[in-house]
Write a protein of this length. Structure first.
Length: 575
């Protein structure tokens, strides 16, 4: 017997399927918000950690990495097994490729990558001999072929009767020449002894034979050429060879930007036949300088008092600062400077306890930098000094002790420079028509501004010497427990940035006809200083004009409250 179906009960076909799909979707949405947020964060332009490359060796101190952006390979050196090895990394697929044994101990941070020829040139670290040639030794440049993974060595010409110690190298893509910063071997810069550190010999070398094209003794330009723990600077940009050195006045260490003009590929000489060497003061502390090969700007990284952790952008030819990129961390403890520079994009990276600060050093005006909370609080005093950068992949390789090279992707777009200002943008250039044009208005102006940025405080500006703090012969020494002089504490604090400006505007009108008895022609000149309007002048009026001054933001006739307007003679006058 069939049972009758009751109305309002039972389920319509497909109801269970809809409920099952809805339940599954709700469960997915409840379980996966973290994954969805992560995907959304990755889609947002910025800096993102994408992986880690293992070191492939044990390190007591996080190593530096040199990068070939065309082959996407990175290199560091480590003691593995029975000796020093060069470790090769695949920067695209994030893995170790292998190790090879160099014939000499290398100065990794002073090496240069010849990307078009896929080779790396390393200065030899030592030991060195005090004599060169004959029975003595000769310094060498060690070359590594990245494709065949084979090593070779080329001798470097002697410096008198001593070896020429190569402390830094750079390759100029325009001329194809190799440039070296070096000193004679008897100074023993890398032997742990107390070196003189005075000599600076700059050379142009043939990158294939290592023969010297020319040698320039720049020792007289400054007191000190030693830049440890950072590598020295030598770089060619256009027809300038750029370097960096220090003076040691009584007030403290003073950094100097050095430039040598080149003519026909050789150093220019003055009327007496002496090479032209120009220096300009920069920052009063030991720094890590780089040169942007595209813009020619010098990037000066600092980490310590009084400038804190920052990147200063300097213009060597014009001896001026473009500005500073602060990191937000004043004076980090230990050897905590951690920096990177992308020579392809001109982008600067600074890693500190708050994350990574990024700024485009070629941008005009110079940006202040943007901080991203990536890899914050991962540093310690054993971390390396440099961030490896692959400018083609837009990746940073940050060595973190006991972890490896943490890989950070940079997908921020390059900023566009603002357009040049158009002084006529707010005007309407209407053609004058005889009989129709009633009044013609015109204006003009000029202005000047001074931005004074004192990078060393007042003592650096006047080279202050405190005799009560530094007089060794008199036996006086009033330094505090931290070795600071009273004059430095009294004079140094304060604002190191000043602005001075003034502008002058001219407003004029010319009336065609005199039907209303108004002046035929006249002009008003307004001079404005940084603290308000200062003066006005009138000239050329048929019936005179009114002189007006400004006081406290209110306008009064004749510049004084309570006085009546005063007519000025037709010949005009200037306040």
């Amino acid at each position: 017997m069939a049972h009758p179906r009751r109305e309002g009960h039972g389920r319509a076909p497909g109801t269970w399927l809809r409920r099952a799909v809805a339940g599954a979707l709700a469960s997915y949405l409840l379980a996966a918000p973290a994954a969805m947020l992560y995907a959304r964060a990755q889609d947002t332009p910025g800096l993102h950690v994408i992986g880690t490359i293992p070191f492939g060796a044990a390190f007591d101190q996080a190593p530096d990495l040199i990068v070939d952006s065309t082959l996407h390979r990175g290199y560091t050196q480590a003691f593995i097994g029975d000796g020093l090895k060069l470790v090769t990394y695949d920067l695209e697929h994030l893995k170790v490729l292998g190790v090879s044994t160099p014939p000499e101990t290398l100065i990794l941070t002073a090496a240069v990558v010849d990307e078009p020829r896929h080779r790396i040139m390393f200065p030899r670290k030592g030991p060195f001999a005090n004599t060169c040639g004959g029975t003595g030794a000769m310094s060498t440049i060690v070359m590594f072929d990245e494709l065949s993974r084979k090593w070779s060595e080329k001798h470097v010409d002697c410096l008198g009767d001593a070896e020429y110690i190569v402390r830094a190298l750079s390759l100029d893509p325009g001329s194809g020449k190799l440039y070296a910063f070096g000193a004679p071997s008897y100074e023993q810069l890398y032997e742990g002894q107390a070196p003189d550190n005075k000599s600076i010999h700059l050379r142009e070398l043939d990158p294939n034979t290592m023969k010297t094209d020319w040698d320039l003794d720049a020792s007289s330009a400054c007191d000190n050429g030693d830049n440890r723990p950072f590598p020295p600077l030598v770089a060619r940009t256009g027809n300038l060879l750029i370097s960096y050195c220090y003076n040691s006045p009584p007030a403290g260490l003073q950094g100097l930007a050095m430039r040598i003009p080149l003519a026909g590929g050789k150093p220019q000489t003055d009327a007496g036949g002496n090479p032209v060497i120009i220096t300009s003061p920069t920052l009063p502390q030991r720094v890590a300088p780089f040169v942007d090969p595209v813009s020619g700007r010098m990037i000066i990284f600092t980490s310590g008092s009084p400038n804190g952790q920052a990147a200063w952008v300097y213009d060597p030819p014009n001896e001026r600062f473009f500005g500073v990129i602060p990191s937000g961390v004043p004076n980090p403890s230990g050897a905590s400077l951690f920096l990177g520079f992308d020579s392809r994009s001109g982008r600067v990276y600074i890693l500190n306890a708050r994350g990574i600060v990024i700024a485009d050093a070629r941008h005009d005006p110079l940006p202040a930098g943007v901080s991203y909370p990536v890899l914050d609080n991962v540093r310690d005093n054993n971390s390396g000094l440099h961030i490896g950068v692959d400018g083609v992949l837009h990746r940073l390789f940050i060595p973190v002790l006991r972890k490896g090279f943490v890989v950070v992707a940079d997908d921020l777009p390059q900023p566009a420079d603002p357009p040049a200002p158009d002084p006529d943008r707010g005007t309407a250039d209407i053609v004058e028509v005889v009989g129709k044009t009633d009044v013609t208005f015109s204006s003009g102006g000029n202005a000047y501004g001074v931005h004074l940025l004192n990078t060393g405080g007042i003592p650096k500006g006047i080279d202050t010497f405190d005799p009560f703090c530094n007089d060794v012969e008199g036996g006086l020494n009033d330094k505090d427990a931290n070795g600071r002089c009273p004059a430095d504490q009294i004079l140094t604090p304060g604002n190191r940035e000043y602005f001075i400006a003034q502008s002058l505007f001219e407003l004029g009108s010319h009336r065609h006809g005199d039907r209303l008895g108004l002046p035929r022609a006249g002009s008003v000149r307004v001079r404005q200083a940084s603290d308000g309007l200062r003066a006005l002048a009138c000239s050329g009026h048929r019936r005179g004009c009114v002189r007006v001054g400004v006081t406290g933001g209110r306008t009064f006739p004749n510049g004084n409250p309570g006085r009546r307007r005063q007519r000025i003679p037709r010949d005009g006058s200037v306040l």
